[in-house]
Design a protein around this ligand. Structure first.
Ligand SMILES: [Zn+2]
Length: 460
């Protein structure tokens, strides 16, 4: 893969010295903030919907997503009214008329089946003619919306966010803004081999709010919250997170998600009409509608979203590798978040209920991809990484933490026992000198019952 050669200064900026320099300038606090407790998806997650674009030709474009979004609730309402009207009409028919309809439907069953087959064929043809190849990964996918139509929506949303955060956006001279801007520019320069990269002008906005997130709009507007800067451990983690967000934009995940949503919505309109027509009462139909919505969510939307997140992690790691970041730091970021949740006793959200993979699975996936990313990094003439692997450093720190916690727990137990009036008798010291050599002893004698341990005595 092509790599843009780094200037000497840029190379230095990613050496350890450079890292410290950047951190000092940005005054990035170290993690272990209690705020992370509430963190569910961190920087790589969706505080707001991610928007992207794709390279479909305009001719293939359907009406703009904005129109689609406005019409969506109306379509649902029409389906409910239509289904309900069919049910009321059927209930009002006299029995002989109903029988006539049943007999007519049976006589024309083959026509009805042929109609269903034609409708299925039209849908299949529609999907086949809207297949697209995902940039970077080359994955085949269904894309209904055009890049142009998504750009319109993106610009509109970007303007809304700029208006919403206008009082919290840091000035360009702020070191935190400068670090994020440097990283974005660096990632873009080092990944010029990605065709879509050159078509985006990146525009950085650092928002001074304790939200642990970042997102990039398809029009190139980058929003990074200072809450995220508070939870990343170093510049390498931040580079990976920004790479992840860039990956969403470059691959056009938002347009892809909207396309899936469009197809699913069409199917659910048919199902919704059927539910409201076939259920005997409105209350049952409402329950059926709720169940149908949940099924769509858990069977299609969330697994699809998790798949896109995993892909953004994979591509983000590649972008960070070509930008000479220490990619070994990426899995550590998710391990940190997992640990903080555990320390605060937060039960992890089961993955099947989440739109994002679990922290643990993200860390595992990245860990598997690290060797490949290190190879890519080495091919990009990046400076040699320090021997200390951040993953090993983190594991060692965890081991110490666990030992300390156990020690603290033991001390507390002893303190409580003392307060309850218990006297603990020390265990007899183990024999230090080895027994004198003698004739071989049968195994049964060696493994004989151990002497009873002295029990604590209760003081009177
Ligand atoms: Zn993401």
């Amino acid at each position: 893969m092509l790599c843009v050669l780094l200037s000497r200064n840029t190379l230095l900026s990613f050496s350890r010295t450079g890292l410290r320099h950047l951190e000092r300038r940005a005054q990035l606090p170290r993690p272990a903030s209690a705020d992370v407790t509430r963190h569910r998806a961190a920087g790589a997650a969706s505080f707001v919907p991610q928007l992207g674009f794709h390279t479909s030709r305009r001719l293939r474009a359907l009406p703009a997503p904005l129109v689609f979004l406005v019409l969506k609730p109306a379509q649902k309402l029409v389906a409910i009214i239509l289904g309900r009207s069919i049910r009321k009409w059927w209930a009002a028919l006299p029995p002989n008329k109903r029988q006539q309809f049943r007999e007519a439907a049976w006589r024309r069953r083959w026509h009805l089946l042929a109609g269903g087959a034609v409708l299925s064929a039209v849908m299949a043809a529609f999907l086949l003619t809207h297949l697209d190849e995902s940039p970077v990964t080359g994955r085949t996918r269904v894309m209904v919306f055009s890049r142009e139509s998504f750009m319109e929506l993106s610009q509109l949303q970007s303007d809304m966010y700029l208006e919403e955060f206008k009082d919290s956006i840091l000035p360009q001279k702020d070191p935190r803004h400068q670090v994020v801007e440097q990283l974005i520019t660096h990632l873009a320069q080092r990944n010029q081999d990605v065709t879509e990269m050159s078509s985006i002008t990146w525009n950085v906005h650092v928002v001074d709010l304790p939200v642990q997130n970042a997102f990039i709009m398809p029009d190139g507007k980058v929003f990074v919250f200072t809450g995220l800067l508070d939870v990343v451990a170093d510049i390498h983690q931040l580079t990976f997170i920004l790479g992840h967000e860039m990956a969403h934009s470059l691959i056009g995940h938002a347009a892809e998600q909207a396309s899936l949503s469009h197809v699913l919505d069409f199917l659910s309109l048919i199902l919704l009409t059927a539910v409201w027509a076939l259920c005997p009462r409105d209350s049952v139909a409402a329950l059926g509608q709720w169940l149908q919505g949940k099924l769509m969510q858990f069977m299609f939307e969330r697994p699809f979203s998790r798949r896109l997140e995993a892909e953004a992690d994979q591509v983000g790691l590649q972008l960070a590798a070509k930008a000479c970041a220490d990619v070994r730091a990426a899995p550590v970021f998710w391990q940190q978040l997992e640990l903080v949740e555990e320390l605060h006793g937060e039960p992890p959200l089961p993955e099947w209920r989440s739109s994002h993979p679990s922290h643990q699975n993200r860390a595992k996936q990245l860990d598997r991809l690290v060797p490949q990313a290190l190879e890519l990094r080495a091919n990009c003439m990046c400076p040699t990484l320090p021997e200390a692997d951040p993953r090993a450093v983190f594991s060692e720190a965890m081991r110490h933490l666990v030992e300390e916690a156990r020690e603290q727990q033991r001390a507390e137990k002893e303190k409580k026992a003392g307060q309850a009036g218990l006297i603990t008798v020390p265990l007899p010291a183990l024999q230090q000198t080895p027994p004198a050599p003698g004739p071989p002893v049968p195994l049964g004698v060696v493994m004989g019952p151990s002497p009873a341990l002295p029990q604590p005595l209760t003081s009177k």
